[in-house]
Design a protein around this ligand. Structure first.
Ligand code: SIN
Length: 358
């Protein structure tokens, strides 16, 4: 029997449906072709150029927003966002809300944050021990001798040493000289004996407290208030603006204006991030940072004076300025730390700073 003899009515119906569907596909293809040809005659509106993505900079720091560093970070944010017309968004995270002091540089190297302004005492633990030279007691006589270093070739060459660590050093920010806080009145080096003093992760600061007969206790800055309240530490050293804005005067009975060592910062960025920025954006950020740096320099002095006045007015802690004889005794106790630390921070560097800062 011929093959077609097996075509049942159902098979025949399937055959017609298939044929109609094939023709429909053909028609659809023709229609597309036709519409393309029609469209080719009328130019379609050009698609809008894609907006470049917003560059987000996470800028983390450990101090209060109204401390000098906090205000300067806000100033940098405002200027950077204005100059870049919103192509950059700077997210400032104050008071260790994103990263604690001891973890800041690791977070920067991992690009979890893109910018920081850590205290100069923070760089030793990542292997750039030269920065601990800034922690040496009495290495700077005054602000002028400090600026001779930070704004001169020594300061620049120190920032360049961060390159190998995947960090670009951009500027120095200032926070003046440090005072000592304690529940015990501090008048002479002997008053430090047995005191547990909060210390940053700097071998120079450790050596300084040991030279005074105290016990250095390494602790993150934002844990200091709780440490003082609970008695884990008896005292600390810091800039007056940090003492006041962290409310340490509520938990410390005495503040002694020893001005024995410097409190300053290096503004740094993740090197890969910074170098990868479009050149025009990077230039705007440099301008914004220059502006914030000049601003910070002015407000640091004013804020430290204001904080002293505010603590005086609040009367919760006794402020004390050492006499000339007491100052001489503090110097005698702490100055040998410069020599002890020669090997760690470099004799050549100490000598050149002493010379530049004369
Ligand atoms: C600061 O960043 O000003 C505080 C540094 C510290 O005492 O840990």
């Amino acid at each position: 029997m011929p093959h077609c003899a097996y075509f049942s009515s159902t098979n025949l119906l399937n055959f017609y449906v298939k044929t109609i569907m094939q023709n429909k596909c053909l028609l659809a293809a023709l229609a597309t072709c036709f519409s393309v040809n029609v469209a080719a005659g009328t130019p379609a509106p050009a698609p809008a150029p894609a907006e470049p993505p917003v560059i987000v900079i996470k800028f983390s720091h450990v101090v209060a927003m109204d401390a000098p560093k906090g205000q300067a970070a806000e100033r940098f944010k405002a200027t950077a966002e204005k100059l870049t017309k919103g192509r950059v968004r700077v997210e400032v995270y104050p008071m260790s809300t994103l990263v604690k002091g001891d973890d800041e540089l690791k977070a920067l190297q991992a690009n979890t944050v893109q910018m920081l302004a850590p205290s100069l005492a923070t760089f030793g633990p990542i292997g750039v021990t030269d920065f601990e030279v800034f922690d040496l007691p009495y290495i700077f006589k005054n602000k002028e001798s400090l600026y001779a270093v930070t704004e001169g070739p020594i300061g620049k060459s120190m920032l360049a040493k961060l390159d190998d660590k995947g960090i670009v050093g951009l500027a120095y920010w200032d926070n003046g000289f440090k005072v000592m806080t304690s529940n015990k009145p501090i008048r002479t080096p002997a008053d430090f004996k047995g005191q547990k003093m909060r210390a940053q992760a700097s071998k120079v600061i450790d050596a300084q407290f040991v030279a005074l007969g105290a016990t250095p206790v390494k602790m993150n800055f934002t844990d200091s208030y709780a440490g003082m309240k609970s008695g884990v530490i008896d005292g600390s050293e810091n800039a007056p603006s940090n003492v006041y804005t962290q409310k340490m005067d509520l938990v410390q009975k005495n503040v002694t204006y020893t001005n024995h060592a410097y409190a300053g910062y290096a503004v740094v960025a993740n090197k890969k991030f910074w170098d990868g920025l479009p050149p025009d954006i990077r230039a705007f950020l440099v301008t914004a940072l220059r502006d914030a740096t000049n601003y910070e320099k002015v407000i640091a002095g004013l804020d430290n004076d204001r904080s002293t006045d505010a603590m005086k007015k609040a009367g919760r802690t006794a402020l004390y300025v050492p006499t000339a004889a007491e100052d001489a005794a503090f110097r005698k106790a702490m100055l040998p730390v410069q020599q002890q630390m020669e090997e760690r921070v470099g004799k050549g560097l100490i000598d050149s700073i002493n010379k530049a800062a004369r």
